[in-house]
Design a binder for this molecule. Structure first.
Ligand code: NDP
Length: 456
């Protein structure tokens, strides 16, 4: 069988779907920013179009000013490339990915935790430095967080333009012949790039959208793995912190920081920490093993995660939307959050340890396949085929509840995430059916529910 077979089946309705998503998602993300900012915030479901349209640039000159703000570009480029440099410099664990179709395993430097630690240490040092400021209003005032908060619309556009360019860069990189021997010793024999099974149609628009090469790399820099947990996830944390910072410094007359924004920030920070701490788990995730880094993933990692996932914190940070939860509501939300987290974390860990052979002593119910992979049908993985998705979705609800019930806008996340997870499950099932044939049917017979036990 050819290493890179020609793709005949196209997802997302092929080129028309790819174009619609490529245009639609940035418009949606910009639209979300327009209805949740200091100039206008959606109340209930009534959209005040006049207030929204006032923020939309009226001509090319205004668009240019908004999208190409010099300071915003410098800030974003500095952020992105500083993280690239840290990915190279900071020490980490060296791990190998799953075998590629050509049998090779790429090596990865797992140092996300060192990167997150460096970022937090830097923030703590800045706070400490500012704790003794002579002017009381400047105490603990971080100009960088204020900048982030004040330039949301510009930065959304900067991020979108940047990721477009990155997706083009990665696509073009594909046509640069690989040096032989390749970047690291374990790739020494590799002469051909491994392309995506579903990204080799030959149509540049579709292939650019879905991603063509499975693991685009530039020297040490694995673009896909880097984008998965670094610039977008860490920016998500910073944007949330900028919301707390905003209430602390600019809403003192209204009572300062409220518990809702702190709770959302803490719950999401916990999720980000968990993701970074378990970075190694990314090596076996669909994004790494199956998906390509084209526009779709680039958009998801770099723009959608930081700007759509922060909608709840950005909403309650606004003076007109302040929510005070009180101790009982906080306790209930935290308790439920840990139920979701418990399911999500244990299920993912169980699969990882099982696949690494570390649970063999438990003699778990499983299906052995000719590929060498084993399918677990026990423990959490007996409850549904993606019980980890269910836990993840529950967690999402607990990020939305602290916003109260002022508008459905802040519940956008759970609706979008349900659609994403169902779509992901359908794609994953199709992949596994193709890979495991009758054994996958046997697995589906033993574990009939797809995500939510007894429901779906
Ligand atoms: P899974 O962790 O469910 O992994 C699916 C893969 O695992 C399958 O393709 C198959 O791969 C293998 N597999 C399937 N069933 C079994 C089994 N019973 N036993 C052993 N291996 C099995 O999905 P994802 O990679 O999509 O997601 C990982 C985590 O990331 C989830 O918790 C999800 O919620 C989260 N996530 C979060 C997102 C967000 O935006 N917050 C977005 C996407 C995911 P193989 O080919 O190796 O057999």
């Amino acid at each position: 069988m050819a290493l890179n077979p020609h793709t005949t089946e196209r997802e997302f309705s092929g080129v028309p779907g790819a174009l619609a998503i490529t245009l639609g998602l940035p418009v949606l993300l910009f639209g979300l920013a327009l209805v949740c900012n200091e100039h206008y915030s959606l109340e209930g479901v009534r959209l005040d179009w006049a207030a929204v349209s006032k923020q939309i640039p009226a001509n090319w000159h205004e668009w240019h000013r908004l999208a190409f703000d010099r300071q915003c570009w410098m800030a974003y480029l500095a952020w992105f490339f500083l993280l690239v440099a840290l990915a190279y410099i900071l020490p980490g664990k060296h791990r190998q990915g799953v075998p590629l179709r050509d049998g090779l395993r790429l090596s990865y430097n797992i140092n996300g935790m060192a990167m997150l630690g460096s970022l937090l240490a830097l923030l703590a040092a800045r706070l400490w430095q500012l704790a003794g400021a002579a002017d009381p209003s400047r105490r603990f005032y971080l100009a960088e967080l204020d900048f982030l908060y004040q330039h949301q619309l510009q930065l959304v556009l900067v991020t979108i333009i940047f990721l477009f360019a990155l997706a083009v860069f990665v696509y073009v990189l594909l046509f640069v012949p690989l040096a032989t021997p390749n970047h690291s010793p374990n790739e020494g024999e590799r002469r051909q790039r491994v392309l995506l099974v579903n990204g080799n149609t030959g149509n540049p628009i579709y292939d650019w959208f879905i991603g063509r090469e499975l693991n685009p790399r530039l020297g040490f820099w694995d673009v896909k793995m880097f984008c998965e947990l670094r610039p977008g996830m860490l920016l998500w944390l910073l944007i949330n912190l900028s919301c707390v910072h905003e209430q602390f410094h600019h809403q003192r007359a209204l009572g300062g920081v409220l518990d809702s924004v702190v709770l959302i920030t803490l719950l999401q920070a916990f999720y980000i920490f968990d993701g970074v701490l378990n970075e190694e788990g990314c090596l076996t995730m669909m994004d790494t093993t199956t998906d390509g880094f084209g526009f779709m993933l680039s958009f998801g990692d770099l723009a959608w995660v930081p700007w759509a996932y922060t909608l709840q914190a950005r909403y309650v940070a606004l003076p007109q939307n302040r929510v005070n939860l009180g101790a009982a509501a906080i306790a209930a939300i935290v308790a439920l959050h840990f139920v979701g987290y418990y399911i999500f974390h244990l299920a993912n860990t169980e699969k990882l340890l099982f696949r690494q052979g570390k649970l063999d002593h438990l003699k778990l119910d499983q299906i052995k396949t000719p590929t060498g992979s084993r399918l677990l049908c026990d423990g959490w993985w007996a409850k549904s085929q993606h019980i980890n998705y269910f836990g993840d979705w529950l967690i999402g609800w607990l990020w939305c509840l602290p916003t109260g019930f002022q508008t459905p806008l802040t519940y956008f996340y759970v609706v979008y995430f349900a659609l994403l997870l169902i779509h992901r499950q359908v794609r994953d099932s199709a992949k596994c059916r193709e890979k495991y044939g009758a054994l996958w049917q046997e697995y589906e017979r033993r574990v009939p529910y797809k995500i939510v036990p007894w429901v779906y």
